[in-house]
Design a protein around this ligand. Sequence first.
Ligand SMILES: *Cc1c(COP(=O)(O)O)cnc(C)c1O
Length: 394
Amino acid sequence: MPAFETRSIHGGIVPDPVTGAILTPIFQSTTFVQDGVGKDRGYTYTRCGNPTVAALERNLGELEGSPLPALAFASGMAAISATLFALLSAGDEVVVSDVVYGGTIRLLRRVLEKFGVRAILADTSRPEALAAAVSRRTRLVLVETPANPTLKLTDVRAAAEIAHSAGARLAVDNTFLTPALQSPFELGADLVVYSTTKYIEGHNATVGGAVLTRDREEYDALRLVQKTIGFAQSPFESWLTLQGVKTLGLRIARHSENALEVARFLEGHPAVASVRYPWLESFPQHDLARRQQKAGGGIVSFEVKGGVEASVRFLEGVRLAKLAENLGAVESLVTHPATMTHASYAPEERRALGISDGLVRLSVGLESVQDLVADLDGALDRAAGRVLVAGGVR
Ligand SMILES: *Cc1c(COP(=O)(O)O)cnc(C)c1O
């Protein structure tokens, strides 16, 4: 199998057979004319399949080293929804990491519960807590590692063993690390889900998602849901995502380098109370990170001294980094999980999970790391109430 960088550029892509165009064209067409009754050329109607979308699906399949293509969706949430719709029936239980993307919690509590699917939240960073949460009714275990926004890790190998011993499947949300830095299938997972919105497309240009399985029956079940519910990715977004994927390896390596440097800077800053980043020696699960990941990724979480007020001043004080929901793109973004991405958790729940009201999530972009550090330094000074004037601190 060719190396990751080679697959990200060439995987599943063939020059256009008609024109030789090196990029897969954007097949912006609803329907496909048939050669005769019952004689189509593999495509009939874009909700059920489209050549540009299929190119992305083949490419993502090869990136993950799967014998089957991925299934591309209009968002990461659509990919997660499709996975749950395809695998679960009324009466089934799904065990989910207690710290996951806010939308996943909302999906389970506000949508799936009324169809008779029961979600059990567990601290999957502790294998014994996961083992206690699974039962004969567990059909699926869904983990996110590193988790958003606390960056708590789940040992995928251990989680796979526990899920399988209960007769359940293990799905890993690999959005934060992508196949460039973590290979859930090699660690024993059965399904891999992504928000391609983040690092995979990487330029803040699209919303998208994908799911992969190596099991043919499960793949067919996912396809049925995808075409029936009608939330497949669009041709144009697929094309943009394909362009993003080509530099994924390069980008996420630099995101990780920048993030480590930023994390070290924050750790040494007097206005910062605590920093979480898996590649820091101080990270509680640093050994697991080294075992399971190829690098630390681009997300750093930290707390500013002085509580919520200081955090808000920091979030409003950055100039280069932008206050916005999203992560994984070339622009550095800061987020306040308590009021933004994780507002669907109750306040006491957030506190119990380590998502304090003062927690800041920083998606470290690809700007010069010196410029970024200077931006953060200035915002931290302003947050601490220190105003820089010519020649000194007032
Ligand atoms: C963003 C995100 C999602 C949801 O993806 P969308 O593309 O926004 O629908 C799911 N999981 C994780 C870990 C995410 O960061």
